[in-house]
Design a protein around this ligand. Structure first.
Ligand SMILES: Nc1ncnc2c1ncn2[C@@H]1O[C@H](COP(=O)(O)OP(=O)(O)O)[C@@H](O)[C@H]1O
Ligand SMILES: [Mg+2]
Length: 466
């Protein structure tokens, strides 16, 4: 955090100041009192379950020097505002306004935001100090939390921007105004809340609409809905992808035995080989978006290619591939799920199952519920099951009642795929422990709250009974 006095914080948030205006915040800004450190500002929020104001004393014990609050607290100097979330956003915006050397890059899309921001941060970090969200902090609170981690030395701020409704990204783009915006894809994540894919497209387009004329919109040429957003921005546009109209392209894409893509990165500046350490072909598009940003900020093509090749997965449960000593491969991609990311994971699974020049491996798709899918949820689950069967997955295990239509959809495809259901993770664990044999590849995929990532962790530690 750049040092700010309480007077400056009060001005930025239009809050009322209680306490010494010269109190200076220099430490981390946090909404969790336990994460406060000497010099911290504690942001007290009234949440669904708890009232953050009750933890002001704990914040003080951990070293906080001030509180951004909705009512006066006794324990520390405070700035009182009508709504601490809005005020936190205003504070973040002020931090960015004070740092003209900072380049802010916004990343949105239905799938792959976190993977891409991690890859982008890894590449930009080789060029200058970079701040990017921890995990998936992409909300009205997550973005300000990330912004407040920048300091005078920071060159790049990567902001993951998630949307659950119209206006959300426009808001985040006011909190952290980007000059470069990346839109990865438009799918059906959170379809339940949006109602239609058109609404999702409108929401994602808010990122490029927020860009200045001097900025750059990085758009996926392979997703027509995203490519069409070129008409909705004042900024320059660069199309990335595998299609011919892409200016930054991947050619000669090949996958290794564990689904890791290698390709030739092609741009106006030349061609360079890239070998990703990430699993799944879908990371090619993510990597191209990253390359577009890196080239825009002045990195050389070779530097970009090298940095992409050196990047390792940074956030857990996204295409984590574990090779067990007994020859079973676990692919734990169960951080979250929507139909597009499940299909991407299924393609990764079947590619690992068909290694070039080696015998086919038996594939398992262990799939839990995709949450927030709205009224068509059952049909969307059934389609995913059908897709897996048609792509030659050998064994499908739908875990939990909400996932059962996956098995029905798989069976309706009429292929050799065996599709079954398990009531819960424990039952699935027993079945897999009993039936998995050396050489099998097991994909775990579900929405976060369906919890299959922990089943994946258990299986990673397990070995088949001798
Ligand atoms: N470009 C992509 N297209 C489809 N699925 C993707 C893409 N990039 C990543 N994924 C998959 O989507 C899931 C969510 O990835 P994540 O990076 O956490 O995205 P988000 O932050 O948008 O939710 C993971 O299973 C990941 O493997
Ligand atoms: Mg995310």
């Amino acid at each position: 955090m750049i040092p700010l006095t309480l007077a400056e914080i009060a001005e930025a948030t239009q809050g009322r100041l209680h306490g010494d205006p010269a109190t200076t915040v220099s430490g981390p800004v946090t909404t969790d009192s336990r994460e406060c450190r000497p010099g911290s500002l504690y942001v007290a929020r009234v949440g669904e379950h708890a009232d953050g104001h009750r933890y002001a004393a704990s914040a003080a014990e951990h070293g906080a020097v001030a509180v951004l609050a909705e009512r006066v607290v006794d324990d520390l100097p405070c700035v009182v505002v009508p709504d601490s979330q809005t005020a936190f956003g205003a504070l973040a915006r002020e931090v960015i306004r004070r740092l003209p050397q900072l380049t802010v890059i916004g990343v949105t899309g239905s799938s792959g935001k976190t993977s891409t921001k991690d890859l982008l941060a890894a590449v930009l970090e080789t060029d200058g100090p970079t701040v990017a969200p921890v995990n998936s902090l992409n909300s009205e609170i997550g973005v300000p939390l990330t912004v407040c981690r920048v300091d005078v030395a920071t060159r790049y701020l990567v902001a993951e921007m998630g949307a659950r409704g119209i206006g959300h990204i426009a808001y985040l783009a006011r909190v952290a105004p980007p000059t470069i915006g990346v839109v990865l894809n438009v799918g059906v994540a959170h379809l339940g809340e949006f109602g239609s894919t058109e609404a999702i497209a409108t929401a994602k387009a808010e990122l490029v609409e927020a860009l200045p004329a001097t900025g750059l919109a990085v758009l996926n040429a392979d997703d027509p809905v995203v490519a069409a957003m070129a008409a909705r921005t004042a900024a320059r546009v660069v199309l990335v992808g595998e299609s011919a109209k892409a200016v930054i392209r991947a050619e000669d894409v090949v996958l290794d035995d564990l689904g890791r893509p290698a390709f030739t990165l092609v741009a106006a500046a030349g061609r360079a080989p890239v070998t990703l350490a990430l699993h799944g072909r879908h990371h090619v598009g993510n990597a191209l978006s990253v390359a577009a940003v890196a080239l825009e900020v002045g990195m050389r093509l070779e530097e970009v290619a090298t940095a992409l090749s050196h990047a390792r997965a940074a956030s857990r449960w996204r295409m984590e591939v574990h090779e067990r000593a007994d020859g079973v491969t676990i692919v734990n991609d169960a951080y979250n799920a929507n139909p597009d990311s499940v299909r991407a994971a299924i393609r990764a699974l079947t590619s690992i199952g068909t290694p070039a020049g080696r015998p086919r491996r038996r594939t398992w798709a262990v799939l839990g519920e995709m949450l927030e899918m709205g009224p068509d949820s059952s049909a969307l689950h059934a389609e995913v099951g059908r897709y897996a069967a048609e792509h030659g997955v050998d064994q499908i295990l739908a875990v939990g009642a909400g996932a059962a239509p996956i098995a029905e959809g798989a069976t309706s495809a009429g292929t050799d795929t065996r599709a079954r259901t398990s009531p819960d993770s424990d039952a699935a664990y027993s079945l897999l422990r009993h039936e998995c044999r050396p050489g099998d590849v097991v994909l775990l995929k579900s929405s976060r709250d369906a919890g299959l990532r922990f089943l994946g962790d258990r299986l990673t530690q397990e070995e088949v009974a001798p």
